[in-house]
Design a protein around this ligand. Structure first.
Ligand SMILES: Cc1ncc(COP(=O)(O)O)c(C=O)c1O
Length: 399
């Protein structure tokens, strides 16, 4: 018996694959600061729980494959804040942004088709694209350049006759890079010139700091037939376990095609959609405090990282991650040391090593991603543990 070559070629998620080791460490009584995963500690809004408690139907039935109409309408209203006028058949509710991404790649790629992605990227993009037999074509970005990738000459270098789409995460994970309006225009023009789809993953849309503007690729009418937007309640409302996201596209022919797969997977859990409807309906002022809190966590985390000798990082403009270069050769090896050997007051820390965030071989080996999703004191302590851990790692003779 054999599994597919496709799955054999895939990696385990560098964000999650160390969790079994972490579970053993915790079972022995050690506290771990989990800076490896984008799971915020901010409370899920009470309207979510109230809506779920208020559900009064006697049968928990299948929903429509498109999702609950009330949720579609709440999402349509939400996007009006970005001057977008959507209809119900432009909004497909999915099991998180993750399923939306899977559906997009499955519905757009033929075997060998290429997707332009800025690296370092959210590592699961590689998994989603490989699962659809596609190929990642990376545009390498650099901390020293603010991770800029909306540069026509660089995009031209990776486009081929197999390129089907350009995939954008804005604000970026793991870089925190935010596209300016000019950057977005460069990407729109490039996509038009080469007849590409634009996949715009905007699940961190509200997390734009230092007065930066929140935007959407849905605000560019000249590309509205080729833009597919990914949205999710996970980060925005601190409701990762709700597993509700959506795929938004004004191209109705495309929506009719992707619905074939969506109908096959039947629907999204009803109660989660009921709760999500209440959250999408919340007043946008909800984000003021949340954004302030993340901005504070970012500053605390960045300042603490800068105190570790040899760490190189850029202050991110958005989302809630910081990518850093470490003064060690192998970030995964250091993580193993932190989990298995290092303890400070019976505490240690976890992060995501970033080699798996690159398609270009050899890149990212000494890089890590930290998610600033814990309160400021815990972030400070987590980064302090990282600094002490690096010291102990080097003192033990590691490079
Ligand atoms: C850029 C990006 N897109 C999509 C997702 C998927 O999130 P979810 O499936 O919880 O909506 C994540 C999760 O971390 C992400 O960082």
């Amino acid at each position: 018996m054999r599994v597919s070559d496709r799955v054999l070629a895939m990696q385990n998620s560098p964000i999650r694959k160390f969790n079994p080791i972490a579970a053993e460490v915790k079972a022995q009584g050690t506290k771990i600061y989990h800076l490896n995963i984008g799971q915020p500690d901010i409370e899920t809004p009470s309207v979510f729980w109230e809506a779920v408690k208020g559900f009064d139907q006697k049968v928990l039935a299948y929903a429509d494959s498109y999702g609950l109409p009330e949720l579609q309408d709440a999402i349509i209203d939400y996007f009006k804040r970005f001057d977008m006028n959507l209809k119900r058949n432009h909004v497909l509710i999915t099991n998180g942004g993750s399923e939306a991404l899977t559906l997009v790649f499955l519905s757009l790629l033929n075997p060998g088709d290429e997707v332009i992605v800025a690296e370092p990227y959210y590592t699961n993009y590689l998994t989603f694209i490989q699962a659809a037999d596609g190929v990642v074509k990376p545009v390498t970005t650099y901390a020293e350049e603010g991770y800029k990738y909306a540069i026509k000459e660089r995009l031209e270098k990776v486009v081929t006759d197999k390129t089907k789409m350009i995939s954008i995460v804005n604000p970026g994970n793991p870089t925190g890079c935010i596209l300016s309006r000019e950057d977005m225009k460069v990407i729109c023009d490039f996509a038009k010139e080469h007849d590409l789809w634009i996949l715009a993953d905007e699940v961190y849309r509200e997390f734009a700091y230092d007065g930066r503007e929140m935007t959407s690729f849905g605000q560019y009418p000249d590309v509205e037939d080729r833009v597919i937007i990914i949205d999710s309640v996970s980060k925005r409302y601190s409701a990762c376990g709700a597993r509700v996201g959506c795929l938004v596209c004004k191209n109705e022919e495309y929506m009719a095609e992707v619905m074939k797969i969506a109908m096959g997977r039947l629907c999204v859990p009803t109660l989660d959609m009921v709760g999500a409807t209440a959250m999408y309906k919340m007043d946008p002022s909800f984000f003021n405090e949340v954004k302030k809190e993340y901005e504070h966590r970012r500053d605390v985390t960045y300042d603490a990282l800068k105190k570790i000798p040899g760490v190189v990082c850029e202050k991110p403009g958005g989302a809630f991650y910081i990518a850093c270069k470490l003064p060690v050769e192998n970030a995964e090896d250091l993580l193993m040391f932190l989990l298995k050997e290092f303890r400070d007051n019976n505490e240690t820390v976890m992060y995501a090593p970033m080699e798996g965030f690159y398609a270009t071989p050899g890149l990212g080996k000494n890089e890590l991603r930290i998610a600033y999703i814990l309160n400021a004191d815990d972030m400070k302590r987590g980064v302090e543990l990282l600094g002490k851990g690096i010291e102990a790692y080097k003192a033990a003779g590691h490079k």
